[in-house]
Design a protein around this ligand. Structure first.
Ligand SMILES: NC(=O)c1ccc[n+]([C@@H]2O[C@H](COP(=O)([O-])OP(=O)(O)OC[C@H]3O[C@@H](n4cnc5c(N)ncnc54)[C@H](OP(=O)(O)O)[C@@H]3O)[C@@H](O)[C@H]2O)c1
Length: 337
């Protein structure tokens, strides 16, 4: 029996339960492609699946992680040539094993080619936030050319991708971030107006930048109150909800009349529920953009053996504590592509 090295858990539990060790090599089922993994990324949602905070069917032991870049080891019936550079961003939930192993089985309809010339470590860092931003903006908020988007947390991974997609769609973007370094970054990404959310009155600043209201309001920080988001909308505007924990915004009751009398709506979504058709459409956008500018994010690369430290760091950041690593964490698994 061939043995692979993997980062996995035997049961749902804390980051301290993550093991780095050997597992039997995976066997591809019909419709799957066996991929030799070069790198994976660590997302906040991976910590939720690992801890059990996000309920989804998983095999045990569970190999962690949803994103990978790698090369085809055994194409099965996919028609891909062995050695083809590929990526996926939907493993490790919904009954599927994860990505943090030397070999992974990927359903052929969740596997996409990695464009020539693209750095696999740059690519793997952006797969999850980019697909999240695309499906949120296009499939759920139904954002259209000529509309106005407000992004809170525009400098974050999802915020960065929202700004890039919105500009591709011909949308006017107002981005908020903490401090001048971050607002300048949002402007470099193409934001038409920026708001320093540490400034005295960011709500008044948004009203000044969009006097008739915004068409889509997306808070990636999970801290804005729903009431102020609804009040910032134009008629027919949509609040796109994708982040935040219960009661993080405090008492958030609002007058429902301010919603329905303006044709406004509140739309929540989770990328984990995206269909394969929606994921493929997001993948097509990602693959058009990757060769252009790499969709680069600030990234730290660690060896796979550091998976536990990576999960601890992502959880520390979510608690507002200082981090050991900068930006998105990528785990190098095998040799480069
Ligand atoms: N619904 C879905 O399908 C889905 C998919 C992916 C991600 N998410 C969620 O989306 C959120 C953002 O993800 P991400 O990858 O973009 O995270 P990220 O890269 O860490 O960005 C987080 C953003 O929030 C800001 N922020 C953090 N703490 C804050 C605070 N106390 N007050 C104000 N702003 C604060 C950060 O600002 P600083 O840089 O100044 O700290 C940054 O702009 C996460 O909650 C994630 O779980 C949801």
């Amino acid at each position: 029996m061939v043995i692979i090295r993997a980062a996995y858990v035997d049961q749902r539990g804390p980051a301290s339960s993550i093991r780095f060790g050997e597992l039997p090599d995976p066997v591809a089922a019909p419709g799957e492609v066996l991929v030799r993994v070069a790198a994976t990324a660590v997302n906040r949602v991976d910590t939720f699946v690992r801890s059990g905070a996000y309920h989804t069917p998983i095999p045990l032991p569970l190999v962690l992680g949803r994103d990978l870049v790698g090369e085809v080891a055994d194409p099965g019936a996919s028609g891909l040539a062995p050695g083809t550079r590929v990526w996926t961003n939907s493993l490790g939930y919904g009954g599927r094993q994860g990505a943090s192993a030397e070999l992974a089985c990927v359903p052929a309809d969740r596997l996409y080619r990695l464009p020539d010339g693209v750095d696999p470590l740059d690519a793997v860092a952006v797969l999850h936030p980019a697909a999240t931003a695309y499906t949120g903006l296009v499939h759920h908020a139904r954002m259209r050319s000529g509309e106005t988007l407000f992004v809170a947390g525009g400098n974050g991974a999802v915020g960065t991708c929202l700004i890039r997609i919105a500009k591709d769609l011909g949308v006017r973007v107002i981005a908020a971030a903490r401090g001048s370094r971050n607002t300048e970054y949002c402007a470099e990404l193409g934001a038409d107006a920026v708001i320093d959310s540490t400034a005295a009155d960011p709500v008044a600043a948004l009203r000044g930048a969009a006097p008739r209201g915004v068409d889509v309001y997306c808070d990636t920080t999970g801290r804005d109150s729903l009431r102020s988001a609804v009040d910032a909308l134009a008629d027919r505007g949509r609040v796109l909800v994708m982040a935040g924990l219960a009661n993080a915004q405090g008492d958030d009751s609002f007058d429902v009349g301010r919603l329905y009398t303006h044709d406004r709506s509140v739309v929540g979504f989770a990328i984990s529920l995206a269909t394969t058709a929606e994921l493929a459409e997001a993948a097509a956008w990602i693959n058009r953009r990757l060769p252009r500018d790499g969709l680069r994010l600030d990234t730290t690369v660690l060896p796979l053996a550091q998976a536990r430290a990576a999960h601890e760091d992502v959880e520390a950041a979510a608690r507002g504590e200082s981090r050991r690593y900068r930006g998105r964490i990528v785990l190098r698994v095998g040799p480069g592509l």
